[in-house]
Structures are given as C-alpha cells and as structure tokens.
Design a protein around this ligand. Sequence first.
Ligand SMILES: [Fe+2]
Length: 147
Amino acid sequence: MSNAKVTEKLNGLLASSAVFYQKLRNYHWNVKGDDFFELHAIFEDLYTRWAEHVDIIAERILMLGERPYSTLAELLEHASIKEDVEVKASRDMVASLVSDFGLLQKQILGIIDDAENQADRKTANVLDDLNDEIEKDAWMFNAWLAK
Ligand SMILES: [Fe+2]
C-alpha cells in the first residue's frame, strides 16, 4: 500500500506552513501602532513555534520516504496560504492569521483522515498535536479581536 497521498498532502501542508512562518516574521517586523509591543512579541513566539512545526512536517515526509519541498520557489508554488502584498494594519494582521489557521486546520484534518485510513498513527499523532495548538492560538486571537 502506498502512502503517496499522505506525503503529497504533507508536502502541501509543509508549503503552507513555510509561507505562514514567513508571514509571521513579516508581521513581527512590520507591525505598528498601539499594539506594537504586544503583537511584536506574540508574532515572535508564533514564528519560533512554526519554525519547529515546519521542520517536523518536513522530517515526517522524509521518514515516509519522500522528499520535502525545500526551495522557496517550491514552497510558494504549493502553499494554500497567500502572502500579503502590502503591510496590513495590526488588527487585519490578526484577522488574516485567524483565517490562515482555518486553512491550516482544514489541510491538517484531511491528512489525519488519510493517515488513519492507512494506519499511519505517527503522522496522525503529530498532526493531532499541531491541530490542538492551532485551536488554542485561534481562540486567543479571536478573543483579542473581540476586544
Ligand atoms: Fe525580532
């Protein structure tokens, strides 16, 4: 039985995660206004964690015997998350990240389904943990938006 479908989808998640990581760095650098200190720090915390997630997803693909997308061009081509063309207002940055969390969760849940169907518990476990983390961050960002 091939696990091609899982590795292909994991590569799509890797691409989205790498773009998401860079987007967090972009926001960390470019955020302005009253929220600067708060969001500058939160975005750093997030990109630090997503650097680790990117690595774990890529190494999972390698363990499954496939090659992870590794160049910026490949990652950008296969990502479902879009970069911003212009610098957003701080509130719009947070709203954009909440929307991205939704896209990432959709990708993750699809892969968990496939992994479980193929008895790939390791992939499902890794992605369960990631999904839990996203759920918590999305809750906090939504609470912040409601202020
Ligand atoms: Fe910094």
